[in-house]
Write a protein that binds this ligand. Structure first.
Ligand SMILES: C[S@@+](CC[C@H](N)C(=O)[O-])C[C@H]1O[C@@H](n2cnc3c(N)ncnc32)[C@H](O)[C@@H]1O
Length: 293
C-alpha cells in the first residue's frame, strides 16, 4: 500500500465511521482489508483503493464494516450491570412510577450481548416491572452485526463469556452446538442501523444510554460532538454509561461522573450549544470543532 493509499483510507474511515487511525496502522489495514480485496477479485490494497475511488458504494460499506471492532460479550465488565440493577433501576422505578415506562438505548450494540444482558437483567426484576412499558433500542453502524443480534444465536464460546450458567439455562435454547436466546427476550430489543456521526435526534429521549467501547475509536473532537448530541437525547435525570476505558473528563462539560459509580455519568446542568451533526461527505476538523460542546 502506498502512503497516498493509506491516507485515502484513513480519511475515508474517519469520515464514514469516526475511526481515528494513527499514522502507523498500515498493518491493521492490511490484515483486515487484504482478505476483503482478495474476495472481490482484487490483487492488493492499491487495487481496492482504485475501485473505491471509482465510486463503489457497496465496497466502501464493506471496507468501513471490516474496519470496525465488534468485540463484545455478555455482562461485559460486570460493574455497569451491577450499577444498572442496584442504582439505575431502583431510581427509575421510583421516579417513573407514574409513567411506568423506561427507554434504554444501546448506542453501539454490536452482536447483541449488551442489549440482551440488559433485557435479562430487566426480566430478572420480575414483578417489580409488571405493567411497565420497557423499550430497549440496539443500534450499530454495521448491518452485519445487527443481523446476528436480531437472530440472537451464539456459539458455545460466546455464551461462556460472561453469562452466568443459571441465565444460560433459563433464557437460552440449545440448537446443536449453538444457543439461541429465547423469543421473549429477543422481543424486548428493537434493532436499527445507526451511525453515531449522523443525526439521532429522531430516536427521541432515553432514560438510560449505554454507549460503551465505541467512542474510544474516535478523535477528541468527534467524541465531544457525540457527547453534546447524546446530552440532548437523554432525560435531564437520565444515565449515560460508558466503557471502562472511556470518560467525559477533559472532553465535555455536559456530563459529569457519578461519584463512586465507575462508568456512570449524568447531565451536568450545563446546556451545550446546539451541536451540529457531522456530515459524512464534509467532515473537516474545523466543522467538528465548531460543533463541539
Ligand atoms: C467494540 S464494539 C462495542 C460493543 C458493546 N457496546 C460493548 O461494549 O461490548 C463497538 C461497536 O461500535 C460500532 N461502531 C463503530 N463505529 C460506529 C459509529 N460511527 N456509529 C455507530 N456504531 C459504530 C461497531 O460496529 C461495533 O459493533
Amino acid at each position: 500500500m502506498t502512503p497516498p493509499d493509506y491516507e485515502y483510507l484513513r480519511k475515508l474511515l474517519r469520515d464514514h465511521s469516526g475511526l481515528d487511525l494513527s499514522a502507523d496502522k498500515q498493518y491493521l489495514i492490511e490484515s483486515r482489508l487484504l482478505p476483503l480485496a482478495r474476495k472481490a477479485g482484487l490483487a492488493d490494497i492499491s487495487d481496492l483503493v482504485q475501485k473505491m475511488k471509482g465510486g463503489s458504494a457497496a465496497l466502501i460499506t464493506q471496507v468501513v464494516e471490516a474496519m470496525t471492532t465488534n468485540e463484545t460479550f455478555f455482562f461485559r465488565d460486570k460493574i455497569p450491570f451491577e450499577h444498572f440493577r442496584n442504582a439505575i433501576l431502583p431510581e427509575i422505578l421510583r421516579t417513573r412510577a407514574n409513567r411506568k415506562g423506561i427507554r434504554i438505548w444501546c448506542a453501539a450494540g454490536s452482536t447483541g450481548q449488551e442489549p440482551y444482558s440488559l433485557a435479562m437483567s430487566l426480566k430478572e426484576m420480575g414483578a417489580a416491572l409488571a405493567g411497565w412499558r420497557v423499550e430497549i433500542l440496539a443500534t450499530d453502524l454495521s448491518e452485519e452485526v445487527l443481523e446476528k443480534s436480531k437472530a440472537g444465536i451464539y456459539s458455545q464460546f460466546e455464551v461462556q463469556r460472561g453469562l452466568p450458567i443459571q441465565l444460560l439455562v433459563k433464557y437460552f435454547k440449545q440448537q446443536g452446538e449453538l444457543w439461541q436466546i429465547n423469543a421473549d427476550i429477543r422481543a424486548m430489543v428493537q434493532h436499527r442501523q445507526l451511525n453515531l456521526l449522523h443525526d439521532f435526534s429522531q430516536l427521541g429521549v432515553f432514560d438510560v444510554i449505554f454507549c460503551r467501547n465505541v467512542l474510544i475509536y474516535f478523535d477528541r473532537e468527534t467524541k465531544a460532538n457525540v457527547f453534546a448530541r447524546l446530552a440532548r437525547t437523554i432525560e435531564p435525570d437520565g444515565f449515560l454509561v460508558l466503557g471502562a476505558a472511556e470518560t467525559v473528563v477533559g472532553l465535555t462539560e455536559v456530563f459529569k461522573p457519578v461519584p463512586d459509580k465507575r462508568g456512570l455519568y449524568r447531565q451536568n446542568n450545563v446546556r451545550a450549544a446546539p451541536a451540529r451533526v457531522v456530515n459524512v461527505s464534509a467532515v473537516t476538523p474545523e466543522l467538528v470543532a465548531a460543533a463541539g460542546p
